[in-house]
Structure formats: structure tokens, C-alpha cells
Write a protein that binds this ligand. Structure first.
Ligand code: R5P
Length: 298
């Protein structure tokens, strides 16, 4: 038997996936003890099932991680096969040792997950899929990059001069794939970060001469700083700026910053439980289920 089980970080995908598959959906009950510790209970425990466990990890990343570790242990103790669907895997950006002595947070998290009975990990547009694969030590891993979903929505702009912009080298492959699906060009901005001060610099020369509409395509928008500096540059040259982002965290005044910098429209997918008014959230579940079927997981 198969069933879908949600944890508190599920951005609403669990019930929808279960409906698509025609299987049972349940939710872990969770509360906090007075001292802040996490309590978790699966109301109707199952044994010997294939369980699709859904947990995203923003906001409150640390709570979400602890809930996940507890849940994986429960499901393992009851003898289930667990496929974890983590639409937003936290700590992904600290994926290597940039300065001596630093924690490689992604490695710690993924190794902790691997120490459980987890059989397969599914992420959505993870920041460092190759590092995740390495840290998982041979467990099955699928990273779903919903380029098709974004391409479908952005096709509406292709009748104007359209360019996809990768905001850093890490986004180049994603931008290439999106541009290919839409049938337009793409450019890559170079970004460098001072690892001590955290100061970020962009080389915006590749954006010189762009016209029409620019779609900035990034995996994560956190403070909005990266996209805002690109949008400022383009908007000042009369280019209409559209943002397509998988994980719209938008901390603090990020949305305001983006609007002021000239971003006219934001497209995202529901990978985190936060829904920001004004953002166009595209449907993720049909694409996710199709992919899970192709991979023989469901
Ligand atoms: C970094 O490499 C990521 O892909 C994003 O570009 C970054 O996290 C965006 O952060 P912010 O919105 O704070 O500039």
C-alpha cells in the first residue's frame, strides 16, 4: 500500500498528491513542549507501506528539521519504506567549506537524513543537487526542476524580445533549459561574494544591450538583493523585468525592494507554505506526480 503523510512544513502538496494518486493522506500531529522541544505523533500508524513523506523547511528551518528527523524514525520503526519529498531543502546554500572551520550545513543535514531508514529523497530545484547526491551516499535522489511549468507560463512574453537571465553562474544551466523550452536567448551574470564581509558584486556587462523583456530565473529569492541589482540595471535601460523563482522566501522587505528595483511580475511555485500576495503561483503537483510516475516511485 502507498500513502502520503504530511509534516507541518508541507506547503499543501501532500493532500493534492494523495488526491492525484487516489491514496490515503494523513498528517503528523505536532506540538511544542513548554521548554520548546518538539512532540510528534502519527495518529494512525501504518506498517509495511510505501510512505511519501512531505516536509518543506521554511520558515522555521530548525523546527522543520527536527520534526523531519523524528518522523523518519517513527516511520522506520514501523517498518515503512520512506520517500521524502522536500520541496524546499533548508541549509542548501552552505554546501562547502568557504572559510576554514565552517560547518558544511548541507552535508550535516543530508548525512543526518541518511542515518535514518530513508530510501529516496525528492527535492524541488535544490540549490546544490550534486552535493546532495554526494552526501546521500548512494541513496536514491531525484531533483525536480520544473522548467516546463515556468516555460508554459512565460510563453506569453515570447512575442516580444525576450531573454532569460541567470543571476549567477550556478543558475546558468537552469536558464539555458528555460530559454530552450521557450525558444529565446539567455545570458549569465557573474556574481562574486566576499566570504568574510558577505559583500556581493555583480558583473552586469552581459546585460548591456538587452531589449524588451528579461526573465530573471533563480532558485531562491531571500532578501531580494541579487535580483534587485540586476533589475535596477535593466529597468534603467527600459527593459521590462520579470522574475521567475522556485523558492520565494522573500524575507523582510524583499518584495518592496524588488518592486522598487523595477520587477514587474513574479512567478513562483508553491514550495514553501508562505503565500505572498501579488505573486503568481504556478501549479506544481501535476508535474511532480508525472515525474514520480516516470521514475517508477508511484
Ligand atoms: C545563491 O546562490 C542563490 O541561488 C540565490 O541567488 C540567492 O540565495 C538569492 O539571495 P538574495 O535574494 O538574498 O540575494
Amino acid at each position: 500500500m502507498m500513502q502520503v503523510v504530511s509534516l507541518p512544513g508541507d506547503p499543501g502538496l501532500g493532500p493534492e498528491v494523495a488526491r492525484y494518486l487516489g491514496v490515503v493522506h494523513s498528517t503528523f500531529f505536532s506540538k511544542r513542549f513548554p521548554d520548546g522541544e518538539v512532540y510528534l505523533r502519527l495518529p494512525e500508524p501504518v506498517s509495511g507501506d510505501r510512505v511519501l513523506l512531505v516536509q518543506s523547511m521554511y520558515p522555521n528551518q530548525n523546527d522543520r528539521v527536527v520534526e523531519l528527523l523524528l518522523a523518519l524514525d517513527v516511520l522506520e520503526r514501523y517498518g515503512n519504506e520512506v520517500i521524502l519529498i522536500s520541496p524546499y531543502l533548508a541549509y542548501s546554500r552552505q554546501d562547502k567549506e568557504f572559510l576554514p572551520g565552517e560547518a558544511i550545513s548541507l552535508r550535516s543535514l543530508v548525512r543526518a537524513l541518511s542515518s535514518t531508514g530513508l530510501s529516496t529523497l525528492v527535492t524541488v530545484d535544490a540549490h546544490s543537487p550534486s552535493a546532495i547526491r554526494e552526501f546521500l551516499g548512494g541513496r536514491r535522489y531525484i531533483n525536480v526542476v520544473p522548467v516546463e511549468v515556468f516555460a508554459e507560463a512565460l510563453k506569453t512574453y515570447r512575442f516580444r524580445e525576450l531573454t532569460v537571465v541567470a543571476p549567477d553562474q550556478g543558475a546558468a544551466e537552469r536558464a539555458r533549459a528555460l530559454a530552450e523550452k521557450i525558444g529565446c536567448n539567455y545570458v549569465v551574470v557573474r556574481k562574486s561574494r566576499d566570504r568574510v564581509t558577505g559583500e556581493v558584486k555583480h558583473s552586469l556587462e552581459p546585460l548591456e544591450g538587452l531589449k524588451g523583456v528579461a526573465v530573471v530565473f533563480d532558485d531562491i529569492v531571500s532578501t531580494g538583493g541579487t535580483v534587485a541589482s540586476i533589475a535596477n540595471f535593466l529597468a534603467a535601460r527600459g527593459v521590462e523585468v520579470v522574475l521567475a523563482v522556485s523558492h520565494a522566501l522573500l524575507v523582510g522587505n524583499a518584495l518592496e525592494k524588488l518592486a522598487k528595483s523595477g520587477v514587474r511580475e513574479i512567478y513562483s511555485i508553491p514550495t514553501v507554505p508562505v503565500r505572498v500576495p501579488g505573486i503568481r503561483y504556478l501549479e506544481l503537483v501535476p508535474y511532480l506526480v508525472k515525474l514520480l510516475k516516470e521514475e517508477g516511485i508511484v
